[in-house]
Ligand binder design. Structure first.
Ligand code: F6P
Length: 523
């Protein structure tokens, strides 16, 4: 048993005695005060987690014992916290927090270059649409934020995305667009990603067919591999850089957000960065017990390592951030979905499965499982207090549903109550367990005062730092992603064999699938 799992086992002794949430409210008169934290436009209510104040204090001491404060200091100082790739991790510097003077200088220069480019495009009026090509971290952040900025209502160019190597992705993105008034922005940190390169080639052909040798003007690249983009024939002055100390899934704040700046304007993007910076400073400066990302991370650790939940649902009750759970799947699972510690040992239980969809839609799909399925999952509810849609009745109903779900998950419905409702029904004994809700299912409710760009930046940065804290506690490197490599390598081999009509050395199942794709009769 590793040292950490021994400590989780110790924490489990605290869980048994005090984990009935409704009971905890009775036992702890100050529970709301102790478990609610506010920062800027964001309020997080952890009081419906199945953890007592005493257990929380023990968990905080445990976190401190994992050298969390030292790791946090290293992160902001720009030390090499991504040890397996020998890199610093400084996405906060993109928001003006942390990093050396030289880092701040290159960031300021890039921000200036992005803003003036975006202003030029917006004022010229030559372009009506932007097609953003990228995948993973070069797609999910901009896609989430593009919808989220919609609440600010300041979009002046259409923004479309193409990510998948499925031809439908490119076809849908280009459908009905006029090449002359379309700017293509190719985003790839490595500039080697198969999907992005194929989509970029397709877009370039589409432009060239219509515009001939003028096509290059409409083509922009954002990358940390300038040579890669240049060898793709993108002129040097049409390349926007970012750096190896910005992880792909933490990159929306960099030039990866260029399409957002163009579509929504530099002012909106600046507010987004400021919101994140405020969360950075909160995370950097607040003691662990008053620290929002720490608390969010510890709630997750408690649910995963002490209570044993294997998944975590995230349900935004805000349509404009409905892609939040998809974004978090990469942020959390690519960062902390690891089986080995930094020292190469067995990491034990790490990142749970992150999943979810927008409320209220989810209520009519998987909420049955959340309420009565086994074992259920902790939920993060995210709601926006302000109505941005001028539909106050809709908004009240949306919020009421959100609040009702967390209450129902916590309180459940007892067999006695169901029995009374069933009165004299002859098959009552069989029906009662089916209509009973076990309750005591943990959740956190995060509310934003409004869905401003500032608040959205604040929210995303909260989860970024949560991931960092959990990575420290699990002792994994949250900033590499070796687990995505094997499949990529095999896909290259399979594609090249399929192109040549060959089947190399494969297991029988894979060989049969390749034969099927070639049009051979299935065996
Ligand atoms: O395959 C995973 C990954 O490397 C992610 O980490 C990254 O966000 C995505 O692919 C896209 O990579 P790139 O920006 O280099 O094209």
């Amino acid at each position: 048993m590793t040292d950490r799992s021994a400590q989780f086992a110790k924490l489990k002794t605290l869980a048994g005695s005090a984990s009935n949430i409704a009971q905890l409210f009775e036992n702890e008169p100050d529970r709301l005060e102790n478990f609610v934290m506010c920062e800027g436009p964001l309020r997080a209510d952890f009081s419906k987690q199945a953890i007592s104040k005493e257990a929380l204090d023990a968990l905080l001491s445990f976190a401190a014992g994992c050298h969390l404060e030292e790791w946090r200091a290293k992160l902001f100082a720009g030390d090499t916290v991504n040890t397996s790739e020998n890199r610093a991790v400084l996405h906060m510097a993109l928001r003006g927090v942390g990093g050396s003077g030289s880092v701040q200088e290159v960031v300021a220069a890039m921000r200036e270059k992005m803003a003036s480019f975006a202003k030029k495009i917006r004022s010229e009026g030559r372009y009506k649409s932007v097609v953003h090509i990228g995948i993973g971290g070069s797609d999910l952040g901009p896609r989430l934020v593009a919808d989220g900025f919609g609440a600010a209502g300041e979009q002046s160019l259409e923004l479309r995305f193409a990510e998948n190597v499925d031809g439908a992705s490119m076809n849908d993105a280009l459908a009905g667009l006029d090449p002359a008034s379309t700017l293509v922005v190719v985003v790839s940190k490595s500039f080697t990603t198969q999907e992005t390169r194929m989509n970029a080639e397709a877009a370039r052909e589409w432009l060239a067919d219509a515009l001939g040798n003028k096509a290059g003007d409409n083509f922009i690249a954002v990358t940390a591999n300038r040579e890669g983009a240049e060898s793709f024939d993108i002129p040097s002055d049409q390349i926007f850089d970012f750096w190896d100390w910005v992880g792909g899934r933490y990159s929306v704040w960099s030039a990866v957000g260029l399409s957002l700046q163009i579509a929504f304007g530099p002012k909106v993007f600046d507010a987004f960065l400021k919101g994140a910076a405020r969360m950075d400073m909160h995370f950097r400066d607040q003691p662990l017990q008053e620290n929002l990302p720490v608390m969010l991370a510890l709630a997750g650790i408690w649910n995963r390592n002490v209570l044993g939940y294997s998944s975590q649902a995230v349900i935004p009750y805000a349509r404009r951030i409905r892609k939040f759970s998809a974004f978090l799947q990469q942020l959390e699972m690519e960062s902390n979905g690891k089986g080995a510690t930094r020292d190469g040992e067995d990491a034990g239980l790490t990142c749970p499965i992150i999943w979810g969809d927008e409320g209220t839609n989810g209520q009519h799909a998987f909420f049955q499982w959340l309420h009565q399925g086994t074992p259920g999952a902790p939920v993060d509810f995210v709601a926006v207090l302000k109505d941005h849609e001028s539909r106050p009745a809709h908004h009240a109903a949306l919020l009421a549903n959100c609040f009702a779900q967390s209450e129902a998950l916590m309180l459940g419905k007892s067999a006695d109550v169901v029995r009374t409702e069933l009165e004299d029904r002859p098959d009552a004994e069989a029906i009662i367990p089916q209509k009973t809700f076990p309750g005591n299912r943990p959740s956190t409710t995060i509310t934003l005062d409004e869905l401003s760009p500032f608040a959205l930046g604040h929210l995303i940065a909260l989860y970024e730092h949560k991931v960092f804290v959990q990575g420290v506690i699990w002792n994994v490197n949250s900033f590499d992603q070796w687990g995505v490599e094997l499949g990529k390598v095999l896909a290259k081999t399979i594609l090249s064999e399929m192109d040549k009509g060959q089947t190399g050395a494969h297991d029988p199942s894979t060989a049969a699938l390749m034969a099927l794709a070639r049009g051979d009769k299935p065996s």
